[in-house]
Design a protein around this ligand. Structure first.
Ligand code: GH3
Ligand code: MG
Ligand code: MG
Ligand code: MG
Length: 296
């Protein structure tokens, strides 16, 4: 997700081909323009321009696209004539965010788009900041709780396996004490990177606390989760973290695994919080039995 305003994508969706071409001419040096788009399969667009015919035809789909992006703002600009604006009073403020009238004045159009896209960018930044940990870029604890809740409900509904990994850097205090907090931070960033590289697209990783990470592995039972935990452990242990000053710092992690295999009974008797507790206990045992290991 990019919060900068370069290369934003605008879908132009007009019944009137002459106006569509005109808009494309006005905008294509500033924005990436999609025309002849299929609204049904449209995704990843920053703004939609429609005329009245297309709006009536696709209002449900446009509404759905806007809802799907929430809390991010997906702006919709309506192209119409001055006398027809009132025909769309039901759509205004609900689906349509702004209006430009025909004949289209280029600068007026650019000014409207600029402001709509500015609001979109701000909502993207706000959303990003509300879900991410600023140091590592992983999800933050608050958002991870939401993810776990959702994945737990889904696993329960479809009797799917689900696993958690609680990961803690070993003797991290010693790294801080020896090299300083700034180097400690670099180790946290690099461990996060190796952690992410060890996961699939559908997995989610968060910074749960200071030097502790919680990972949710959907559709994964105990065997799979142990394998992922091992991969992460190896990725961290196999080579030192090289700091910007060139120091080489060896780090290891301990991993606690909690898994549900997908039977109804387990899901009836457990809550997401209980799974976290199980992973925490397994992590504690991994620490007690020597660190740099994965236990369940
Ligand atoms: P163990 O193997 O038992 O986990 O030992 P440990 O030293 O890693 O455990 P402990 O919980 O005693 O120490 C964690 C340290 O992590 C203490 C805290 O100062 C440090 N820490 C927490 N957050 C940050 C951070 O954002 N940056 C840095 N550099 N250090 C942090
Ligand atoms: Mg500790
Ligand atoms: Mg630790
Ligand atoms: Mg800790």
């Amino acid at each position: 997700m990019s919060a900068d305003m370069e290369g934003q994508k605008i879908a132009i969706f007009l019944n009137n081909k002459k106006n569509e071409q005109l808009l494309q001419d006005y905008l294509s040096d500033k924005y990436e323009i999609l025309t002849a788009v299929n609204l049904e399969s449209l995704e990843e667009v920053d703004l939609i321009i429609v005329d009245g015919v297309r709006l009536k035809e696709y209002r449900e789909r446009i509404e759905e696209l806007k809802k799907g992006e929430e809390p991010v703002f997906l702006p919709v600009l309506l192209v119409t004539t001055k006398k027809d604006i009132k025909l769309y009073k039901n759509e205004l403020f609900r689906i349509v965010d702004e209006v430009i009238t025909i004949p289209i004045e280029r600068l007026e159009l650019l000014a409207r788009l600029y402001n709509l896209l500015r609001v979109r960018t701000l909502t993207l930044i706000l959303e990003q900041e509300s879900i991410a940990d600023p140091l590592t870029g992983l999800f933050n604890r608050r958002y991870m709780k939401e993810i776990l809740e959702k994945e737990f409900m889904r696993a329960k509904r479809y009797n799917l396996p689900l696993s958690l990994l609680m990961i803690d850097i070993d003797f991290f205090k010693k790294i801080n004490d020896t090299y300083g907090h700034t180097v400690g931070d670099q180790v946290l960033i690099e461990v996060s990177r190796r952690l992410l590289n060890s996961l699939r697209q559908i997995d989610s990783a968060s910074r749960w606390g200071g030097e502790e990470f919680l990972v949710v592995l959907p559709n994964t039972g105990r065997r799979g989760a142990i394998a992922v935990g091992e991969r992460i452990r190896e990725e961290v242990a196999k080579e030192p973290v090289v700091t910007d000053k060139g120091d080489k710092i060896w780090a290891t992690v301990s991993v606690g695994v909690a898994s549900l295999e997908g039977s109804t009974d387990e899901y009836e008797s457990l809550k997401p919080g209980d799974m976290i507790e199980l992973a925490d206990k397994a992590l504690y045992r991994a620490k007690r039995s020597g660190r740099n290991r994965v236990l369940c």
